[in-house]
Design a protein. Structure first.
Length: 126
Protein backbone atom coordinates (compact mmCIF):
# COMPACT_ATOMS: atom_id res chain seq x y z
CA UNK A 1 0.00 0.00 0.00
CA UNK A 2 1.34 3.42 -0.95
CA UNK A 3 1.65 5.94 1.85
CA UNK A 4 0.79 9.59 1.53
CA UNK A 5 2.67 12.42 3.17
CA UNK A 6 0.26 12.58 6.09
CA UNK A 7 0.74 8.85 6.74
CA UNK A 8 4.41 9.32 7.56
CA UNK A 9 5.55 10.18 11.08
CA UNK A 10 7.71 13.04 9.76
CA UNK A 11 4.70 14.92 8.43
CA UNK A 12 3.66 16.03 11.89
CA UNK A 13 7.23 17.14 12.66
CA UNK A 14 7.35 19.23 9.47
CA UNK A 15 4.06 20.84 10.42
CA UNK A 16 5.46 21.69 13.85
CA UNK A 17 8.59 23.24 12.31
CA UNK A 18 6.48 25.27 9.89
CA UNK A 19 4.23 26.45 12.71
CA UNK A 20 7.18 27.56 14.86
CA UNK A 21 9.21 29.11 12.03
CA UNK A 22 6.31 30.28 9.87
CA UNK A 23 5.69 33.95 9.49
CA UNK A 24 7.34 36.36 7.15
CA UNK A 25 9.82 37.76 9.65
CA UNK A 26 10.74 34.99 12.09
CA UNK A 27 13.78 33.70 10.21
CA UNK A 28 14.98 37.26 9.58
CA UNK A 29 14.66 38.02 13.31
CA UNK A 30 16.47 34.77 14.09
CA UNK A 31 19.29 35.76 11.73
CA UNK A 32 19.62 39.15 13.46
CA UNK A 33 19.76 37.54 16.91
CA UNK A 34 22.43 35.04 15.85
CA UNK A 35 24.98 37.85 16.28
CA UNK A 36 23.99 38.24 19.94
CA UNK A 37 21.65 40.03 22.31
CA UNK A 38 19.82 42.99 20.78
CA UNK A 39 17.39 45.62 21.94
CA UNK A 40 14.06 46.16 20.18
CA UNK A 41 15.33 49.30 18.43
CA UNK A 42 18.41 47.44 17.16
CA UNK A 43 16.23 44.66 15.75
CA UNK A 44 13.96 47.24 14.12
CA UNK A 45 16.94 49.04 12.60
CA UNK A 46 18.25 45.75 11.17
CA UNK A 47 14.84 44.98 9.63
CA UNK A 48 13.71 48.35 8.25
CA UNK A 49 10.68 47.00 6.35
CA UNK A 50 9.01 45.43 9.41
CA UNK A 51 6.55 47.50 11.40
CA UNK A 52 7.01 47.87 15.15
CA UNK A 53 3.68 46.11 15.69
CA UNK A 54 4.68 43.12 13.57
CA UNK A 55 8.12 42.91 15.20
CA UNK A 56 6.44 42.87 18.62
CA UNK A 57 4.01 40.17 17.50
CA UNK A 58 6.71 37.96 15.99
CA UNK A 59 8.98 38.35 19.05
CA UNK A 60 6.10 37.39 21.36
CA UNK A 61 5.37 34.28 19.29
CA UNK A 62 9.05 33.35 19.22
CA UNK A 63 9.26 33.84 22.98
CA UNK A 64 6.15 31.69 23.53
CA UNK A 65 7.69 28.97 21.32
CA UNK A 66 10.92 29.04 23.32
CA UNK A 67 13.15 30.48 20.57
CA UNK A 68 13.75 33.90 22.11
CA UNK A 69 14.42 35.06 25.64
CA UNK A 70 13.32 38.50 26.78
CA UNK A 71 15.02 40.37 29.62
CA UNK A 72 13.46 43.51 31.07
CA UNK A 73 15.93 45.76 32.88
CA UNK A 74 14.46 47.91 35.65
CA UNK A 75 15.85 51.19 34.40
CA UNK A 76 14.51 54.55 33.36
CA UNK A 77 13.87 54.51 30.49
CA UNK A 78 13.06 50.78 30.51
CA UNK A 79 15.38 48.56 28.52
CA UNK A 80 14.41 45.21 27.03
CA UNK A 81 16.96 42.81 25.55
CA UNK A 82 16.20 39.89 23.25
CA UNK A 83 18.44 36.88 22.85
CA UNK A 84 18.18 33.43 21.34
CA UNK A 85 17.59 30.55 23.71
CA UNK A 86 19.33 27.21 23.25
CA UNK A 87 16.36 26.13 21.15
CA UNK A 88 16.71 29.24 19.00
CA UNK A 89 20.46 28.70 18.62
CA UNK A 90 19.80 25.14 17.50
CA UNK A 91 18.40 26.64 14.28
CA UNK A 92 21.70 28.31 13.31
CA UNK A 93 22.74 25.68 10.77
CA UNK A 94 19.23 25.50 9.31
CA UNK A 95 19.15 29.29 8.94
CA UNK A 96 22.54 29.15 7.21
CA UNK A 97 21.33 26.47 4.83
CA UNK A 98 18.21 28.49 4.01
CA UNK A 99 20.37 31.57 3.41
CA UNK A 100 22.55 29.58 1.01
CA UNK A 101 19.50 28.19 -0.78
CA UNK A 102 17.94 31.66 -1.05
CA UNK A 103 21.11 33.04 -2.66
CA UNK A 104 21.16 30.08 -5.06
CA UNK A 105 17.51 30.70 -5.96
CA UNK A 106 18.16 34.36 -6.68
CA UNK A 107 21.23 33.57 -8.80
CA UNK A 108 19.41 30.82 -10.69
CA UNK A 109 16.14 32.65 -11.31
CA UNK A 110 17.49 36.19 -11.54
CA UNK A 111 14.66 37.58 -9.44
CA UNK A 112 13.20 37.21 -5.97
CA UNK A 113 10.05 35.13 -5.54
CA UNK A 114 6.88 37.05 -6.18
CA UNK A 115 8.50 38.72 -9.19
CA UNK A 116 7.35 35.99 -11.51
CA UNK A 117 7.32 36.39 -15.23
CA UNK A 118 3.81 37.02 -16.53
CA UNK A 119 2.08 34.11 -18.19
CA UNK A 120 1.08 35.05 -21.75
CA UNK A 121 -2.66 35.35 -22.19
CA UNK A 122 -4.29 33.02 -24.65
CA UNK A 123 -5.50 34.72 -27.77
CA UNK A 124 -9.12 33.99 -28.68
CA UNK A 125 -9.41 31.95 -31.84
CA UNK A 126 -10.99 33.77 -34.75
Amino acid sequence: MRTTVDDTPDYCAVEIAMEVLGGRWKLAILKQLLVGTLRFSELKRGLPRITARMLTRQLREMEADGLVGRTVHREVPPRVDYTLTGTGRSLESIAGQLDTWGRWYLDTHGRPPGKRRPVPEEQPSA
